[in-house]
Design a protein around this ligand. Structure first.
Ligand code: NAD
Ligand code: TYD
Length: 336
């Protein structure tokens, strides 16, 4: 099988590429990634020399380039991770978010249609359902009620992807996962930011009252779900992927402080995020019924492993923080 993976140098995409090489060593993977601030080829050093792996630097929103790549490499499947993935960043600067997440997805879908690619998996998020009142949980038919430019761009791209099934009968599946955590996550999201700050005795910024609820999913469990959808997913269907563990942010932060042996006095309550979704909750029965998939790693164990990764890889952390992303960002978007 030949895969075109977009965003394979990011957090989840790189975990997916590593998992594919472990479970399906004969599959050929082409990784298309622009290497924005969040893309880091260090994440793929374990597969870089593999003859079944190749890397192409490029922009998914550049349609002529994408179409040429697809017509030359002729993948059987596109697994689409590439995105501007951070809510706070999307609030500060929505333009690259809409460009990559919506226009980029369009460019990939349209190129896949023109070049006759057999299957397309669009990786999306539970944030498209917006904030969910207790005691409800969102199944795949729950209305879309987005709050941020990030979640809106993902919801728009989900609908566009599904329209390629409805209109052109392309074999498109959409996955909507909850908050991922694990090694190699850029230290801007809650868990890696709190771990890295705690390790360095820096303040841990808690937005608002810290009682917002998120469902946590270990990144490899998410990647196994995508493989399950590749294998058994139906065209035109959406699959929720959750970790079955909903926790208030403050509880997650306290657990991190406990594992790192640091004091709760590092917690600092700061101004809330605008439009902050209060609670996410997912029903994943459809995916489990269709594929047998379930999340495997207990949160306590996943969190310990994640803390251990950041504690033992200070060089990785220093490199991703070193400012490569600022150069990219400033060159392309600053001042617009
Ligand atoms: P990430 O920010 O770690 O990585 C994104 C990758 O996309 C980077 O390697 C970046 O260089 C690349 N990229 C960005 N713009 C690009 C462009 N225009 N062309 C080519 N490559 C580009 O993101 P992540 O956390 O790994 O998320 C991957 C996907 O999963 C995203 O689509 C995101 O919406 C979705 N998702 C993430 C989470 C989560 O908790 N992180 C949860 C659910 C769904
Ligand atoms: P985040 O990791 O940005 O993911 P998302 O916004 O996609 O859910 O944030 C997770 C939760 O943690 C969210 O409720 C916002 C909160 N948060 C903080 O309280 N402080 C922080 O510094 C960050 C980055 C997030």
């Amino acid at each position: 099988m030949k895969l075109l993976v977009t965003g394979g140098a990011g957090f989840i995409g790189s975990a997916f590429v590593r998992l594919v090489h472990k479970l399906h060593p004969d599959w050929k993977v082409t990784n298309l990634d622009l290497l924005t601030y969040a893309g880091n080829l260090d994440n793929l050093s374990s597969v870089a020399q593999n003859p079944n792996y190749s890397f192409v630097r490029g922009d998914i929103a550049d349609m002529p380039f994408v179409e040429k790549l697809m017509s030359e490499s002729k993948p059987d499947v596109v697994v689409h991770f590439a995105a501007e993935s951070h809510v706070d960043r999307s609030i500060l600067s929505p333009e690259p978010v809409i460009r990559t997440n919506f226009n980029g997805t369009f460019s990939l879908l349209e190129s896949a249609r023109r070049t006759g690619i057999a299957k397309f998996v669009h990786v999306s998020t539970d944030e498209v359902y917006g904030s969910i009142e207790e005691p409800y949980e969102a199944d795949e038919n729950y209305p879309l009620r987005t709050s941020s430019p990030y979640s809106s761009s993902k919801a728009g791209s989900d609908l566009l992807a599904l329209s390629y099934y409805t209109t052109y009968k392309m074999d498109v599946s959409v996955t909507r996962a909850s908050n991922n955590y694990g090694p190699f996550q850029f230290p801007e999201k809650l868990i890696p930011l709190m771990i890295s700050n705690a390790l360095e005795d820096k303040p841990l910024p808690i937005y608002g009252d810290g009682m917002q609820i998120r469902d946590w999913l270990y990144v490899d469990d998410h990647c196994r779900a995508i493989l399950a959808v590749l294998d058994k997913g139906q065209a035109g269907e959406i699959y929720n992927v959750g970790g079955s563990l909903a926790l208030p942010n403050i509880e997650v932060v306290k657990r991190i402080l406990k594992i790192t042996g640091k004091s709760e006095s590092l917690m600092k309550y700061v101004t809330d995020r605008p439009g902050h979704d209060r609670r996410y909750a997912l029903n994943c029965d459809k995916l489990t019924a269709m594929t047998g998939w379930k999340p495997l790693l207990p949160f306590e164990q996943g969190l310990e492993e994640t803390v251990n990764f950041y504690a033992t890889n200070p060089d990785w952390l220093a490199r991703v923080r070193s400012g490569e992303y600022r150069k990219y960002y400033e060159l392309n978007y600053a001042g617009r």
